[in-house]
Design a protein around this ligand. Sequence first.
Ligand code: F0G
Length: 457
Amino acid sequence: MKTIIEPFKIKSVEPIKFTTGEERESILKNAGYNPFLIRAEDVLIDLLTDSGTSAMSAKQWSGIMDGDESYAGARSFYRFEKAVKNLTGFKHIIPTHQGRAAEKILFTIVGGGGKFIPNNTHFDTTRANVEFSGAIAIDLPCKIGRDPDTIADFKGNMDIDALEEFIKTQGAENIPLIMITVTNNSNGGQPVSMENIRKTKDVAKKYNIPLFIDACRFAENAYFIKKREKGYANISVQEIAQEMFALADGCTMSAKKDALVNMGGFLALNDDDLAMKARNILVVTEGFPTYGGLAGRDLEAIAQGLEEVVDEHYLTYRIRSVEYLGEKLTKHGVPILQPPGGHAIYLNAKKFAPQISLEQYPGQSIVCELYICGGIRSVEIGSVMFGKYDNQTGKLISPNMELVRLAIPRRVYTQSHIDYVIEVVTEVYQKRNNLKGYRITFEAPMLRHFTARFEPL
Ligand code: F0G
């Protein structure tokens, strides 16, 4: 087989700035050893997130010029609505400025004290929005998904037995909806099988609970289904995605991922009453129902992006470039969460830096060293992001896995950029015995990883 190449050529470029290791040490120190607080221009390769960082196509940019900026009933809204309806089949399409705005609206309506929201794994903003409403967010990932080393096809799946058990214990009346996140970002970007979505739907239906998809990376998930699940090899990604959505009653979407845009999102659903309530909140928090939190030009770009993202040449390149990074790192002995996910490689920090206790944040230490060594920005997904303190003892309660995510922006970096990343990660791994722990000197009460400050020990 020939090399899988980028299925595009580059017509516009953005220079990146080179800094020295010494400069980066001082930049990082000034940022409280938190890469979220570094200026982006001081980053050489930015793998902080795949969200809102995509390169748009020439057609998307021409859509930006073509956007209809009318307050009500803009042509761009109808193009956007048609594209989303065609993909999801949902009746009501409500644009929001990004994914979390859709989550905020949804959980303001259905959440509240005494309610529970199960998910295969909540993303941090989803969890925060559920908890902010007073409800409790429950993660029910399948057992194999909790083991970073086992190679399996669909480690993002929901634990169906645990879901049913949970509903029986808490009572269906206290569970306003079930969510399933595709791909499962907080669990390694691992895909969810069609069979698992179907079984989740069966349980939801049995107890008369609506099922919502957190659909940020629906196209990557659909591509994995095509490649890995029996019976889907000859079905188009578009049709697979349609089948996924047909199993649900609604979805929240961050268009900043698989709609290939820099800003945008939506809430889509079938229930008329819920849609009416959602639009009521939308008008006071986001905007009029035909633009939500967006400009007409953004709606154009999303509509175009949703068509481009299901292109199978694009997805072949996309998934292969992430897999390539994972394969090479594995070859050099670097411990990663296996197998590579759809949008990112996750370093296994517990194995990478076993000398650092969880209270001293091994993932954060790796994140800092990747920046100092090679100007690469990554993000800790472990005790910094998800750590909680025990109410009684004040001791840190760590999540199951300590990871460092190298998220790959869509259509942005070429193979030589990725080869450089492989060199830097490998170098940091070879010098892993020098890695030291960190202490938090400041933290906010919610989503602390965004603004926390650290000090090396
Ligand atoms: N759900 C999932 C699974 C996500 O990954 C994200 C964002 C959201 C919801 C929220 O969407 O950012 O548009 O408000 N994830 C980004 C990330 C931030 O880096 O993984 P948003």
